[in-house]
Design a protein around this ligand. Sequence first.
Ligand SMILES: Cc1cc2nc3c(=O)[nH]c(=O)nc-3n(C[C@H](O)[C@H](O)[C@H](O)COP(=O)(O)O)c2cc1C
Length: 251
Amino acid sequence: MAKKILIMVASPKNERSGTLIPTKAFVEGMLENGDYEAEYVFIDRLNIKPCRGCLTCWGRPDGSCFIKGDDVPATRKKLEEADVVIWSFPLFLFSIPGQMKVLMDRIVGMVHPYMGQKLNGENSTPDMNKPMHGLQHQKPGQKIILLSSCAWMDIDVVYEPIMKQFDIILGKGKYYMIACPQMRALHHRGGERRLNMLRKRYAAGGAELAKTGDISKEAIDLMQKPIFGDDAYVTLVTEFVTHMFDRDDNF
Ligand SMILES: Cc1cc2nc3c(=O)[nH]c(=O)nc-3n(C[C@H](O)[C@H](O)[C@H](O)COP(=O)(O)O)c2cc1C
């Protein structure tokens, strides 16, 4: 039976998301090199009521939420059953987009409850090699990938908050972080040649995961490598921002 790739699209632009360009290439690379099927879920289109903060989910064996009348129960089932989950999202103020956070809060019951454990102390999780939480409802062997695009080039700095957050939630090494810089300018001003260069790198990353079950540091480095040189990028971004208002491809 084909393995399932679930792509959680968190850009409010839905199909017009720039992040979808590398995401789709990565998924195609997987589909062409292994027995996989893919499903795209557009978070912006889901009916997701916000978490009420009761934490009763942690008291239920299946970690389920008491709110049943929206799209979260079905989405959570998909998240549990997928072999590969790709969260495809733009970086918003050095964090995840709001709707993705609203969904994540609602599925907090998927992680182990907090029972007073300390990062440094008895039952500690030194250096965050072990998660503070960790998933308790997850298909064995499931891979989680955070595939995000942003404007900035200093990806080590701008993705630090997100990596810290997911290191604590899932555990270091329990997910892949792939960051795609310069995406907005690439999307609108990159041209087909540059976009195809980007697609090729991401397809190779997806192919590697399908073939080996892992993504090497070299493949991640290549996917994350900026396409524009520094000077060209500054010129492009300056032009882009200055003419933001009179552009019809903006919305
Ligand atoms: C509200 C908002 C906040 C943003 N914050 C950041 C940021 O903190 N760092 C960054 O590099 N880019 C930031 N960006 C740029 C987006 O991450 C970037 O344009 C991304 O490629 C958009 O992806 P999408 O087309 O898939 O939505 C921000 C964009 C918006 C609209």
